[in-house]
Each structure stands twice: as structure tokens, then as C-alpha cells.
Design a protein around this ligand. Sequence first.
Ligand code: 5GP
Ligand code: ZN
Length: 141
Amino acid sequence: MDDCIFCKIIKGEIPSYTVYEDDVVKAFLDISQVTPGHTLMVPKKHVQDIFSYDDELAQAVFARLPKVARAIKASNPEIKGMNILNNNGKVAYQSVFHSHIHLIPRYGNNDGFGMKFEDHSKQMTDEKYKEIQQAIVNQFK
Ligand code: 5GP
Ligand code: ZN
């Protein structure tokens, strides 16, 4: 796509600190560096978000995640863990609409990365869980 910043990075029209590249994906340092080593892995094929992948592309792209994650972790003994995130849609904090996976190395609890999971289980009932479950299960029919 002509006006896509990640397509331009893939084509080399915009420079990037590339850490891995093959025929399917490119992985490069995120400009923001939430933590040191924060990397984005993107499919070379322009797809907007997770909802646009077909099985073949998904298999090819996501199969490459562990080796990129391992390389980042092995690059610095201070890396203790890693958050792997994929934002889909503006509401989910997606700001670049070429699908990408964030690999965010973790050094400690106060290393610059934060995430909040609210527990709403007290507002749930067996009926509500089943209603949500069924609505999703129905999509596979
Ligand atoms: P999103 O918010 O869509 O999940 O993540 C987009 C990411 O792309 C952000 O973390 C942002 O820092 C990164 N980003 C935006 N423009 C550029 C760029 O030109 N080069 C690089 N390396 N990263 C970028
Ligand atoms: Zn693109």
C-alpha cells in the first residue's frame, strides 16, 4: 500500500533498525522503545489487522514469533521475560493499520511497560458466561 508507513519500511523507503527479515516477515526496532529491544514483527504482505489474515498467512507469520522472541531474549541477559502484543482496531490502541506484533522485553516491574486487567467476574453469572460463550461458538457454524 502506497501510503502505509510499514510497507515503506518493508520496501526500504524508510530506514529501520532491522533485526530479522525473510520472505514472509520483517522485524525491526519500534521507534518508541517502550523497553530496550522493543521490536515490531510485521508481515511483508499488507494486511490491516488480525481479522484480515487467512490461515496460510497466519501460519507463516505466527510461526516465526518464537525464534524472533528467543533472539531478543538471548541478546541481553537482563531480559527476564517478554510481553507479545497485537493491537487490532483504534479502540485497542492500533495506530498503524498494517498488522504488527509488538515484542516487548521485560526487565522488571517498573521498566516502562504497563498493562491492566480488571477482574469483572463478580458481575458475571453462569447465564452470562454461557450467553457470551454461545454467541462466539455460533460463529464457527
Ligand atoms: P500500534 O499502536 O499500532 O500497536 O503500534 C504502532 C507502533 O509503531 C508504535 O509503537 C510506534 O512507536 C511504531 N512506529 C510508528 N512509526 C514508526 C516508524 O516510522 N518506525 C518505527 N520503527 N516504528 C514506528
Ligand atoms: Zn502496509
